[in-house]
Design a protein around this ligand. Structure first.
Ligand code: NI
Length: 186
């Protein structure tokens, strides 16, 4: 099944998400539904807060980008209780979008190398170093677990210029080819 995507302005996107317990029932089902929701909305990554669940998990499938970014080939993974333990390399700007901010794309600066520890779908502990686009996508999704959106990383000027568009999002004035959930207090 697919979930609707929670849109900018919803409080769940601003919460620090909670760690997932090993006993959490039907985690497999949640993960496959997250992948399905992501594919259905043409996303590269999806974090649980974006489907209204304040839990520390995200999924990524970088295959659609493999042609331009070879490191994304076969990069399909669920990240449970992840922790970015190291960030290094020069901060580089790159164009980003987010399913929770339909229609908005901006250049965002992020570190180019990260080390991340997490559990995979089988609860195997993993400790990996990523660079390039992999690091980029992982950092974007990881931020969602701490209530951070890519627009938070823009300069005050860029943010001011976006204010109208962000207000439109909260009011439902946007187009998306997937089901969405708007903030409750409009
Ligand atoms: Ni996002």
């Amino acid at each position: 099944m697919t979930y609707p995507i929670y849109v900018y302005g919803h409080t769940v996107l601003r919460q620090v998400a909670k760690e997932i317990d090993r006993e959490y029932p039907e985690l497999d089902k949640l993960i496959s539904d997250m992948f399905e929701t992501m594919y259905n909305s043409d996303g590269l990554g999806l974090a649980a807060p974006q489907i209204g669940k304040s839990m520390r998990i995200f999924v990524i499938d970088g295959e659609p980008l493999a042609e331009d970014h070879p490191e994304m080939k076969g990069f399909r993974q669920a990240f449970i209780n992840p922790q970015v333990v190291e960030r290094r390399g020069e901060k580089v700007p790159m164009n980003e979008g987010c399913l929770s901010l339909p229609g908005i794309r901006e250049e965002v600066d992020r570190e180019s190398v990260i080390r991340i520890q997490y559990y995979d779908e089988q609860w195997n502990f993993r400790d990996e170093v990523y660079n390039g686009y992999k690091a980029r996508v992982v950092l974007h999704e990881y931020d969602h677990l701490d209530g951070i959106l890519f627009t938070d990383k823009l300069s005050p000027l860029r943010r001011r210029l976006l204010r109208g568009k962000l207000n439109d999002l909260m009011r439902g004035k946007f187009e998306a080819e997937y089901r969405t959930v708007l903030p409750v207090n409009r």
